[in-house]
Design a protein around this ligand. Structure first.
Ligand code: DC
Length: 227
């Protein structure tokens, strides 16, 4: 069977990474979490003191971009690729509330997007790839054979993100998670540059009432139809 490209887009905390990782494992494909790339750029700029809740210099972020080294390495333990920033595994560090509160602003910077999209296209050029994010089906791989647009009830998404953070030892209140998710939905859908939107040919997967196994079965049936 031919190897296809699968683009998974959708709102924050809809379970895009879970589905994409499961799909990649089931098909023997690679999986790239593009949100992790924008988060790692944000973390790098925070660590360099370029951005904080009080200051945000677009010029300094742009000047920093060539110095940022991003890589994905497959982790046998996690069963998926994990992101490395400047040689260090930052898979947990990029999930903090601090990073989450600045990442939408960083990802709205044109030069940041161009740099990330180029890297993503390079990583996916051979096919056999599941990539998740906000603009994969619309901008990164507009010719992907399968495009999935994920959505879920906001309360379900809040509980999932809170649980994910707690599992990683990061303590947050429901209020903090709710505010962050609502703000990011707004930022991601309303920004000028590649806003989050469903590609015309994307299939909608609302997983509010689906189990992990059920959503995988549905997505696999779509993938197999397209191989
Ligand atoms: O998927 P995530 O929540 O980890 O993504 C973090 C942020 O990165 C999200 O608020 C918007 C941005 N993002 C983006 O603009 N484009 C992508 N392809 C992926 C993420």
């Amino acid at each position: 069977m031919g190897k296809i490209t699968i683009a998974v887009d959708g709102y924050s905390s809809c379970g895009k990474s879970t589905l994409s990782g499961d799909l990649a494992r089931a098909l023997g494909y690679s999986y790239i979490d593009t949100g992790a790339m924008y988060r790692a750029v944000t973390l790098h700029c925070m660590e360099q003191g370029i951005i904080s809740p009080e200051k945000f210099s677009v010029e300094s972020i742009i000047a920093e971009l060539p110095k940022i080294k991003l890589e994905f390495h497959f982790s046998e333990d996690a069963g998926k690729s994990e992101i490395y920033l400047d040689g260090k595994n930052v898979e947990n560090a990029i999930r903090s509330m601090k990073v989450a509160s600045l990442v939408s602003k960083v990802s709205a910077v044109h030069e940041v997007r161009v740099t990330m999209v180029n890297l993503q296209r390079e990583m996916g050029k051979k096919g056999g790839m599941v990539m998740d994010g906000r603009d994969i089906g619309t901008t990164v791989f507009p010719y992907a054979e399968l495009k999935i647009f994920m959505t879920a009830d906001v309360n379900v998404r809040i509980q999932r993100r809170k649980l994910e953070m707690e599992t990683k030892g990061l303590h947050v209140t429901e209020e903090e998670v709710r505010n962050n998710i609502i703000q990011r939905d707004k930022d991601d859908t309303q920004r000028k540059e590649s806003p989050l939107r469903k590609a015309d040919d994307a299939l909608v997967l609302d997983n509010s009432n689906l189990t992990r196994v059920q959503q995988l079965e549905l997505a696999l049936s779509w993938a197999k139809e397209r191989m």
